[in-house]
Design a protein around this ligand. Structure first.
Ligand code: AVJ
Length: 326
């Protein structure tokens, strides 16, 4: 297969930003909400790095355990036999975990191209530089844009087998119906024999989960409040951050871990000439981080039309990377 693009080239998607529309729609609705996909501006990226470094945020360590200590098992599960392939990572970020797999594959002389997809061009540039230094032989094509548009782009660039990574329990940020839709769309956008590896955070002691999202140092609170700062800066708004407070819940029955911002008084906020009023104790629904049981994961796989390929858990059995095949 002859790739038209040189290693380390970048393909960009011209995407319309719906930030303004989404923010206004969410805050004008009867129960106010903001989308956690907007957490990740430059400050948000940095705060999320800090979250990943917190001892309470076990998710990072768990999936790192899998990628660092079970790399050979992982590679055996995902790579097609004797066939070159494209390894596509959705929401690659700094690829902290996948770099262990990339290094392993490069050392084994595996024929593959790494295609990180992210909506942050800034993050992709940094990732390119980092990987270029660490693994100069690695062939990379960065895809900047939305997941499905970029998956289609990847399919148009090469007809090789695709292996999709969706790590870090990023899937947990989707609402239950969105998860079903996402996995079915993924299935439809892939060809027979292609594989996906999805990281799911498992249901566990509820205290452990709540602590991971309710740290005493207030980093998670700052991460949530930063979206208000972003709205102030980018949409000419006047949120007073002192008047909003982070509140976290975990429901062990449904597995939903949710974050909210609570308005501490009756107040009016202006966003681009629109007035939004808050009552005292009114909530803004900020984020869901869904936790899964083994049954939840099996149901999801079946509903979205995948076959089971295998799975790897960390040594604590708190997190699972499930591998499915089309
Ligand atoms: C990036 C979606 C995996 O939900 O666990 C961390 C984001 N939010 N702490 C998660 C997050 C609060 C994180 N994901």
């Amino acid at each position: 297969m002859n790739l038209q693009l040189k290693p380390h080239s970048k393909v960009e998607d011209i995407h319309v930003d719906h930030f303004r529309e989404d923010v206004l729609e969410g805050l004008k609705s009867r129960s106010k909400r903001l989308s956690s996909k907007y957490f990740y501006d430059e400050t948000g990226d940095r705060l999320f790095q800090e979250i990943m470094a917190m001892p309470e945020y076990y998710l990072t360590q768990c999936e790192l355990d899998i990628f660092q200590n079970k790399t050979a098992d992982l590679a055996r599960l995902i790579i097609p036999e004797n066939e070159p392939f494209d390894l596509i990572e959705l929401g690659a970020g700094d690829a902290m975990k996948s770099t262990f797999l990339l290094q392993y594959l490069v050392e084994k002389g595996t024929d593959f191209t790494y295609m990180p997809i992210d909506i942050s061009g800034h993050i992709l540039t940094e990732l390119n530089e980092k990987l270029n230094q660490k693994l100069p032989q690695l062939e990379i094509i960065s895809l900047e844009g939305e997941y499905f548009k970029m998956l289609q782009k990847a399919a148009s660039l090469s007809s090789r087998r695709k292996v999709i990574l969706f790590l870090g329990s990023n899937i947990g940020n989707m609402h239950i119906d969105e998860v079903d839709q996402f996995c079915s769309d993924l299935n439809r956008n892939l060809a027979s024999g292609d594989k996906v590896l999805i990281g799911f955070d498992l249901k566990k002691n509820p205290h452990t989960i709540l602590n991971a999202y309710n740290d005493r140092t207030g980093i998670t609170a700052a991460f949530n409040l930063n979206l208000l700062t972003r709205i102030n800066a980018e949409l000419d708004a006047d949120f007073n951050l002192e008047q909003f407070q982070h509140y976290q819940t975990y429901d062990p029955i449904s597995g939903a871990c949710r974050s909210f911002l609570v308005s501490l008084k009756n107040q009016t906020v202006t966003i681009e000439n629109e007035s939004i009023s808050f009552e005292e104790n009114e909530l803004i629904d900020m984020e869901i981080s869904q936790k899964f049981s083994a049954e939840n994961i099996e149901d999801l796989r079946e509903k979205s039309g995948f076959k089971k390929s295998g799975e790897i858990k960390d040594s604590k059995k708190w997190f699972v990377d499930a591998v499915w095949q089309v």
